[in-house]
Design a protein around this ligand. Structure first.
Ligand code: BGC
Ligand code: CA
Length: 361
């Protein structure tokens, strides 16, 4: 071997050795990370899909040699229980807490406890008010833009309700398939999530507001508060059906699970698919997407739970490693919101494929 080649070979081997030592060093530096999570209700369909995606993120990080431990609690819709869980997580020296508040107006006790121990808290999905978020600089929120979900749902409905183009004198023409009794108004029923939840308030307001902006005459026959829950929606729908029967032309639901409860009721009453009103949801949960695919749910709005879970995990990991996040202007970015998107029969396969791909990983 020529001298030059030998020197080059030597340099190359030395470089390899250096790189592998650095890698080991880096891994040693990565401390063990402990994340504490409390869920408002772990049986909520959207939240349980969300957590599956979160687990996927954790598994990926572990596969890269990081030690991530997660303790997860179900607050079962009790704020008092959630406060106790937070206390326990802090005692068990979690590095960061992820809290899906039961009562989004009552985070103070949690904030005080975390502050005392100087442990950052990321609230997610159930949005606390601005004033509470600014109680301390180590509080964060990961969620979505509630108003946008209502607007998109309204737009999806308007597209189906309006006949192409405008009527005479700028008046709107309603599709005879929706305005079944042809009275120039859409008789509808709305299913709402928990009272006081930011998504329930904004979705109801902006879905109907968007229809009114399109000058669609509306008549609300009734409403059901079903707390995001499929079974509750089913039983409310049975009552509403007995009252209004085939006068109902449209059903707007604040989420997919309640829309599915409405479909369950129609199945039970045995109204044929062609004779049902149009039903719209929000979330694009796995079950929701399948209902769109099968044509039982007319459309939904995708609430990017997977994107939110990823953002939540990344932020938790960063904070647990002692790094506060920097926004575009270099300041700490306290709020992360992911966008919603429209899902109809035409594009639901894309969303289902992504879901399937993720759940296989
Ligand atoms: C989802 C609902 C869910 C609720 C829980 C909302 O963003 O759309 O399906 O039940 O969050 O807080
Ligand atoms: Ca009508």
């Amino acid at each position: 071997m020529k001298k030059k080649t030998r020197i080059l070979l030597f340099l190359f081997l030395a470089m390899l050795l250096f790189i592998s030592c650095r890698k080991k060093e880096e891994l040693r530096e990565k401390k063990k990370i402990k994340i504490g999570i409390s869920l408002y209700d772990s049986y909520d369909t959207f939240i349980s899909d969300y957590m599956k995606a979160f687990d996927g993120e954790v598994a990926e990080k572990r596969s890269k040699g990081y030690e991530v431990s997660v303790s997860r609690y179900n607050a079962a819709r009790s704020q008092a229980l959630q406060n106790e869980q937070v206390e326990e997580m802090l005692q068990n020296s979690c590095d960061v807490l992820c809290v899906n508040l039961v009562d989004r107006t009552a985070p103070s006790e949690i904030i005080d406890m975390a502050k005392k121990k100087n442990i950052p808290v990321i609230f997610f999905n159930r949005e606390l008010v601005e004033e509470d978020l600014s109680q301390w600089n180590r509080l964060y929120y990961v969620g979505a833009d509630a108003k946008q979900s209502g607007v998109l749902q309204g737009e999806l409905i308007a597209k189906d309700v309006l006949e192409d183009g405008e009527g005479e004198n700028g008046a709107v023409t309603l599709s005879p398939e929706v305005d079944k009794n042809q009275d120039g108004k859409i008789q509808y029923i709305i299913f709402e999530g928990e009272p006081g939840h930011q998504d329930a308030i904004m979705r109801t307001e902006y879905a109907t507001g968007t229809l009114m902006k399109e000058s669609i005459p509306l008549e609300r026959l009734g409403y059901g508060i079903a707390n995001w829950n499929r079974a509750e929606a089913q039983s409310k729908m049975m009552q509403l059906y007995s009252e209004f029967q085939d006068r109902i032309e449209l059903i707007i639901s604040n989420n997919d699970d309640m829309a599915l409860g409405v479909i369950d009721a129609y199945d039970k009453i045995a109204v044929s698919k062609d004779n049902r009103p149009l039903i719209y949801g929000i979330d694009g949960t796995k079950v929701g997407l399948r209902a769109v695919e099968q044509g039982n749910l007319r459309a939904t709005v995708y609430n990017d739970g997977r994107g939110q879970a990823k953002a939540l995990f990344q932020l938790a990991f960063q904070l647990a490693s002692g790094e506060e996040t920097k926004g575009e202007e270099g300041g700490i970015r306290k709020i992360i919101r992911l966008p919603y998107s429209k899902v109809t029969k035409e594009n639901c396969a894309e969303f289902l494929e992504e879901e399937e791909r993720d759940s296989k990983q």
